[in-house]
Design a protein around this ligand. Structure first.
Ligand code: FE2
Length: 375
């Protein structure tokens, strides 16, 4: 088993849903209008669709942004008496919905709820002049939702209820292409249950595992297991804190998100140096990497196509596995709570997640944690 590559393990998943990829990611935020401006300006997302009072929605406003295949939905409640208001009060801004694109949302609901999934939304068919979308939803870790979206009979801009959002402010794209993976943080002793849930309920396979012996720094440790669907289009690594001398970054997240939730969204680019340089210039804050990381980089990862100088200048990390290598970098949290952040990743064959960088990454996060007084 252990000699199988990540790609080979993916093929062991039981793909009864099946999933074609990430449909969209919805964040609940305190001020969707301003958040949309940030994601457009800083990350290069494009205005796509809108739903709110002007389109007949009375209690929320939602802005849909697009870049490459990535669709982000930013939703805010308009009054305090709204379950979304409670969600934001408790968790702050964060990811509520990881929506998955399926061929049959009714069947996906039946398959997963028959296997024990907790119901979030019974199957519904929504229609407008552009056709119909069928949707259903289940709970995963914490208050996070997997929505199943079936859109083969729909030609509209996003979903029924949304209107095209035409803006006069259209900053250029940042080179982001698709969602590579989304990571969840779960509580103490919750890893095994969560992994089993993805195996049993979703038919996913555990393609990689790291224990606290492999992922640790002087101060803290964590465990991580990567769950993937059969075609590998959807990957959900799961983190659990582990005992260390001080508070781990996962504990800090759980404390400030006040529960389990999405830790980071990794988005792919075909030119990480260009993308990161652009995003930095637009105000995206990335974690720093010490110069020492680059001193023996080539000895660790072997020959790579890129020059070291721009990688070091920007703080981009490199890691290699059996199938190739990858380049990655992590933003600082994108809200004041130390919770959700983004990863920019460029894969050059590697199907793994940068285990060789965990130490450098965590030490960088710990420097930030220490500044916040949370280490
Ligand atoms: Fe990641």
């Amino acid at each position: 088993m252990e000699t199988l590559t990540a790609s080979q393990k993916m093929s062991q998943a039981k793909d009864f849903l099946p999933i074609n990829g990430t449909d969209h990611i919805e964040l609940y935020v305190g001020n969707a209008k301003q958040a949309a401006h940030y994601y457009k300006t800083a990350f290069g997302f494009q205005s796509l669709a809108y739903a709110g009072p002007e389109t007949g929605v009375r209690d929320t406003a939602s802005y849909v942004l697009k870049q490459g295949k990535i669709r982000l939905v930013l939703t805010t409640p308009l009054k305090s008496e709204n379950p979304i208001s409670e969600h934001i009060y408790k968790h702050g801004d964060g990811v509520k919905i990881l929506a998955l694109w399926v061929d049959d949302a009714y069947k996906a609901f039946e398959e997963t709820t028959n296997r024990g999934a907790k119901v979030y939304m019974e199957p519904v068919t929504k229609t407008d002049e552009f056709g119909e979308v069928r949707m259903s939803g289940i709970y995963t870790y914490g208050e996070t939702i997997h929505l199943f979206v079936e859109r083969k009979n729909y030609k509209g801009i996003f979903l029924p209820g949304y209107k095209e959002w035409k803006s006069e402010y259209n900053p250029a794209e940042g080179g982001l292409l698709y969602v590579d993976h989304c990571v969840g943080n779960v509580g103490w002793n919750r890893m095994n249950d969560t992994v089993k849930w993805y195996e049993d309920v979703m038919g996913f396979a555990n393609i990689l595992s790291f224990d606290d012996k492999q992922i640790n720094t002087e101060y803290s440790a964590l465990m991580s297991k990567v769950m993937s669907n059969g075609n590998g289009y959807v990957k959900f690594p799961i983190n659990e804190p582990a005992e260390g001398k001080k508070k781990s970054q996962i504990e800090e997240y759980l404390e400030f998100y006040e529960g389990e939730g999405v830790q980071h969204i990794a988005v792919a680019t075909a030119d990480i140096i260009k993308t990161v340089r652009e995003l930095k210039a637009r105000g995206v804050e990335f974690l720093n990497t010490p110069n020492a990381y680059y001193e023996d980089l080539l000895n660790r990862v072997g020959k790579i196509d890129e020059d070291i100088a721009p990688l070091q200048e920007l703080g981009i990390l490199v890691d290699r596995d059996d199938e190739g290598y990858l380049l990655q970098i992590f933003t600082k949290p994108v809200e004041d709570r130390p919770t959700l952040f983004f990863e920019i990743i460029q894969r050059k064959g590697a199907q793994s997640f940068g285990a060789g960088n965990f130490k450098a990454l965590f030490e960088s996060i710990e420097r930030e944690q220490a500044k916040r007084g949370n280490l």
